[in-house]
Design a protein around this ligand. Structure first.
Ligand SMILES: Nc1ncnc2c1ncn2[C@@H]1O[C@H](COP(=O)(O)OP(=O)(O)OP(=O)(O)O)[C@@H](O)[C@H]1O
Ligand SMILES: [Mg+2]
Length: 214
């Protein structure tokens, strides 16, 4: 495929959505190649419908494997309908979360096993893997604090311990993926201020694709 496929990953509150938008703006200014900024489910009607089923508070009986399968299904449709066509047109695709999120959240967070979650996702994505994954690393409690900003510290201290343990499993899984795939995944310290994190991400993209994109 001609275009470059770049994903951004990391725990809740790492700053993925904030950072990728600013990175996309810089790329649009500096790169001659068109940039598509997207996120799962990416406005794809079928994927949005699946996402609604996953997130609906009515569906309390949802089984963890069902959840993993639905995420994989939503990912498949977004990939086929939006990501692959853009890559085929030669565009740079920047995607907020992709398969590593399922490995970390469903595989490790929900304890389904990363290898099982990989198996269903491999069926969903076939051979379309990111050329580069920017992993925004942040300690779980700091990420959660960012998301819960505005709440009082006492309330954060009362955060369900299970909740924090879930998020710590997610982060540990990301760090394991980083160790296993150093050629694809690059770590960025997301505890720095927004400008520094954007700079770090942008520099990694430039280092990796300098000749092709700039
Ligand atoms: N480097 C940073 N320093 C301080 N605050 C930040 C930084 N990056 C993001 N934030 C703030 O943290 C909050 C969460 O950011 P954002 O929504 O981008 O995170 P996210 O990783 O996309 O989270 P989610 O996993 O929930 O989608 C926002 O209020 C954002 O302004
Ligand atoms: Mg986000």
């Amino acid at each position: 495929m001609a275009g470059k496929f770049i994903t951004i990953e990391g725990p809740d509150g790492a700053g993925k959505s904030t950072i990728i938008k600013l990175v996309a703006e810089r790329m649009e200014a500096d790169s001659a190649i068109p940039v598509l900024l997207t996120r799962e489910p990416g406005g794809i009607r079928i994927s949005e419908a699946i996402r609604e089923i996953i997130l609906s508070p009515e569906n309390t009986e949802m089984d963890d494997r069902t959840e993993a399968l639905l995420y994989a299904a939503a990912r498949r449709q977004h990939l086929v309908q939006k990501v692959r066509p853009a890559l085929l047109r030669g565009e740079t695709v920047l995607c907020d979360r992709f398969v590593d999120s399922s490995l970390a959240y469903q595989g490790a967070g929900r304890k389904l096993g990363m290898e099982h979650v990989w198996a269903i996702n491999q069926f969903a994505i076939e051979d379309t893997m990111p050329d580069l994954t920017l992993y925004l690393d942040i300690e779980s409690h700091l990420g959660l604090e960012r998301i819960n900003k505005g709440r009082k510290a006492e309330d954060l201290d009362r955060l369900d311990q299970e909740d924090l343990a879930f998020h710590e499993r997610v982060r540990d899984a990301y760090l394991l993926l980083l160790k296993e795939h150093p050629e694809r995944i690059s770590l960025v310290d997301a505890s720095e201020n927004i400008e520094s994190v954007v700079d770090a991400c942008y520099n990694l993209i430039r280092e990796r694709f300098n000749n092709e994109l700039f």
